[in-house]
Design a protein around this ligand. Structure first.
Ligand code: HEM
Length: 326
């Protein structure tokens, strides 16, 4: 029996070897997951990014305004069950919730439609994204990996920030919330809503809480390491938490293919309905392993825009899922 372990290990290494040898020719999504593994380490069973999270259950009810924008059954007005995962950024499963790199926090939603299919939204607390392409995201991660505390100045990451001004500007939009329930989450990537008459409207989603509460950095650093993960179950025992799902409507000429460019703040916001978070999933740790949220998994009446990040994300999430499922 003892021989089985090294045998199994060596077959894994042999299987991995061609992938490692080809690392630079690998699709960019795989290079990104490799770079995440380099920065955060490999933690068996956990996501390459947003590794620490908690799964909740609830429902969504679409508004009449949503039904006018999209023929999706999601927006038809019936109660739609939804599975939600709140998370900390980074691939570190034990990152303290108040640590600065735990920002942006994530809110991923999987809506379970009446026909048995799912439609997903994967949002975070950055108001816009630091980079516009998969290649730039990979380069940002590689720059972080090449900038240990003792790296000579300017470090690779400082150089990246200087040559990509949207990146420091995006990171400046986040702060630690006092609760996952008191945070605002942004879709960042544009999607197209299509109504029954065939009219198409580019939108970006926002999940707007009942109240927004951000901590200052010194206060966040003093909080217990799992304060966000522990607070949500306590809060839900006292009653449900709601978010308004809103769509920011693009005006003609607003870029849909560049997630670093927020649309002007005066663009119309349409209330698409209310997400009610009711309870923590019975076994959150098991549930999160089985869950795969895909930003581009959308139902009829919703389409991905020409934002190149959507395809890269779909591919990268699938790579991470297949690795964490092994
Ligand atoms: C090129 C761009 C991006 C890449 C390559 C990327 C990559 C990843 C990967 C590999 C995972 C782990 C997936 C899994 O194992 O299930 C992940 C998780 C996540 N990402 Fe991204 N990401 C990108 C952009 C974004 C953006 C724009 C947002 C939000 C606006 C976002 C929010 C999240 C969230 C919330 C999770 C956790 C999902 C969950 O709870 O299962 N990411 N990302």
């Amino acid at each position: 029996m003892k021989a089985l372990v090294p045998l199994a290990l060596s077959s894994v290494l042999i299987a991995a070897a061609p992938t490692l040898a080809r690392a630079d020719d690998a699709p960019v999504a795989e290079q990104i997951v490799n770079a995440m593994n380099k920065v955060f380490g490999v933690h068996a069973g956990f996501r390459a990014n947003h590794a620490k999270g908690i799964v909740a259950e609830g429902h969504f009810k679409g508004s009449p305004e949503a039904a006018a924008l999209s023929k999706a059954s999601l927006f038809a007005g019936a109660g739609i069950p939804v599975t939600i995962r709140f998370s900390d950024a980074t691939g570190l499963p034990t990152i303290p919730d108040g640590a600065p790199p735990a920002n942006p926090h994530g809110m991923a939603l999987k809506f379970h439609l009446p026909d048995g299919s799912d439609t997903d939204m994967v949002t975070n607390s950055l108001k816009f994204f630091p980079v516009a392409s998969g290649a730039d995201f990979r380069d940002l991660l590689l720059a972080v990996a090449a900038s240990p505390p003792d790296a000579p100045k300017p470090t690779k990451v400082e150089q990246f920030m200087a040559s990509h001004p949207a990146a420091p500007a995006a990171f400046a939009t986040v702060a630690t919330p006092d609760s996952f329930a008191d945070e605002e989450y942004y879709g960042v990537n544009a999607f197209i809503l299509i109504n029954a008459a065939g009219a198409r409207q580019a939108v970006r989603y926002q999940l707007v809480p009942e109240k927004l509460v951000h901590l200052d950095a010194a206060d966040a650093a003093k909080r217990p390491p799992n304060f966000l993960m522990e607070e949500l179950p306590e809060r839900l025992k006292r009653g449900p938490v709601t978010f308004h799902l809103k769509a920011q409507l693009a005006a003609p000429g607003d870029p849909t293919n560049d997630a670093t460019k927020a649309w002007p703040a005066d663009r119309k916001l349409v209330d698409l309905g209310v997400v009610t978070v009711e309870k923590i999933a019975p076994d959150s740790a098991t549930a999160e392993r089985a869950l795969l949220f895909l930003p581009g998994q959308v139902t009829d009446g919703i389409e991905a825009s020409d934002d190149p990040l959507i395809d890269v994300r779909n591919a990268a999430y699938a790579v991470s899922f297949s690795r964490r499922s092994q």
